[in-house]
Structures are given as C-alpha cells and as structure tokens.
Design a binder for this molecule. Structure first.
Ligand code: IMP
Length: 203
C-alpha cells in the first residue's frame, strides 16, 4: 500500500484525508508519525506558496509522496486580506473571536454588495521525483454585519454562503462540505488520485 505523508500535526485533518484516500488504497501518515520533522515557517505570499513550502519540507524529510493544505478567507474590499494571515489576522495567537471582531471593524459601514468574500483552499502534492501538483477550491459569499449560527470554526459565523443561503456556522458539516473550498479542493484532488497513487515515481 502506498504511503502518503500529510504535512500536518492536526489529527482531525489526518482523519479527513485518510477517509478521502482509503478507496484508492493509500495509507495517510501525518507529521505526528515523524517526531523529528521540521515545521517550516509559512512565509509565502499566497496559499499556493505556503502549501508548497509545507509539502516540499515534508517530502524532503520523509522521502515519500507528501501532501499539504493551506486555506483562508479573502475579502474583496480588503484587497484579499486576511488571506494567508487568516489564522493570525488580529495578531499572533489570536483566537477566532478576535479575528472575527477585527474583520467586522474593518468592514463597518460597508453595504452588502461591498462585503464580497471567498474562502480558498489549496492542496499541494510533492513527489519524490521533485514534481508538484496543485489543487485549488474556492467558495463565494459575503461577510455579514453580525455572526449567525453556532457550528463550524474560524470565520464561519460571518460567512453567508452564496450556494447555501446560510452562514457556514448555520449549515451542517455535510452541507458545508459539499460546497466549501476544502470540499472542492478535495474533489479536484480525488479526481486525480487514480493517476497519482502508486505512481509517485512518474508524477
Ligand atoms: P489553515 O489552513 O488551517 O492554516 O487555516 C487558516 C485559517 O483560515 C483558519 O485558522 C481560519 O481562520 C480560516 N479558515 C480556513 N478554512 C475555514 C473554514 O472552513 N471556515 C472558517 N474559517 C476558515
């Protein structure tokens, strides 16, 4: 069975990818299985750059096919911010509440049509032969002026999905997953998996 290293220490993420890869006969390892693995700084200016930094660092360390993801929120009126800084928008170590508060402050007074936003998820797959494949998923909506819903995480309570007519915090995880940036990036990757799994040397 081909082993693929997920460049993350998050057990929730590893479980999601394990389920995605199971039908293709690939076993997902994570950085938790490689105690000495480096945690590279995410210094990229784009989701693509950061996903590649993480996938290549994992690949170099372990020498096997490695996968990394990077995601965040891009708000049109803020020129694409918070973007790659989504997790630390309100400062290093900021929690979701602080990030959401800052987002509402920055958009205060803007009408609905000026509150357009997208979530973006990029997956990078790095092969031992030095090749890279990139998969991108996006989902569109707008930022409300107040939170709605109790599910999800991050900016979900403020993000009104065009597809669902609900915030991602109001939608169940099934509905969110069908239209989300992560769901769409997963789907793009899944469509290519038969060509990737077991053929790492040719990627
Ligand atoms: P990462 O991909 O785990 O680094 O996530 C980056 C940050 O983007 C998270 O900490 C959240 O603030 C935000 N983010 C990414 N995906 C979502 C989502 O599905 N809902 C809400 N916030 C998200």
């Amino acid at each position: 069975m081909e082993k693929i290293l997920l460049a993350s220490r998050n057990p929730g993420k590893a479980a999601e990818f394990r389920a995605l890869f199971a039908p293709f006969g690939a076993a997902i390892l994570s950085l938790a299985d490689f105690p000495g693995a480096p945690s590279p700084e995410e210094t990229g200016a784009s989701f693509e750059e950061n996903a590649v930094i993480k996938a290549e660092a994992a690949q170099r360390f372990a020498g096997i096919l490695s996968l990394a993801d990077d995601s965040g929120l891009a708000v049109e009126a803020l020129g694409g911010a918070p973007g790659v800084r989504s997790a630390r928008f309100a400062g290093a170590g900021a929690d979701d509440a602080a990030n959401n508060r800052l987002l509402l402050e920055k958009l205060a007074g803007l009408p609905p049509e000026r509150r357009r936003a997208s979530f973006v998820c990029v997956l990078a797959l790095a092969s031992p032969a030095g090749r890279l494949r990139i998969f991108r998923g996006e989902t569109h909506g707008r930022i409300l002026s107040w939170p709605r819903g109790t599910g999800g995480f991050g900016y979900d309570p403020l993000f009104l999905s065009d597809d669902l007519g609900l915030t991602f915090a109001e939608a169940g995880s099934g509905a969110k997953g069908r239209v989300s940036h992560r769901g769409r990036a997963f789907a793009a990757l899944a469509a290519e998996l038969p060509a990737c799994v077991g053929k790492a040397e040719r990627l």
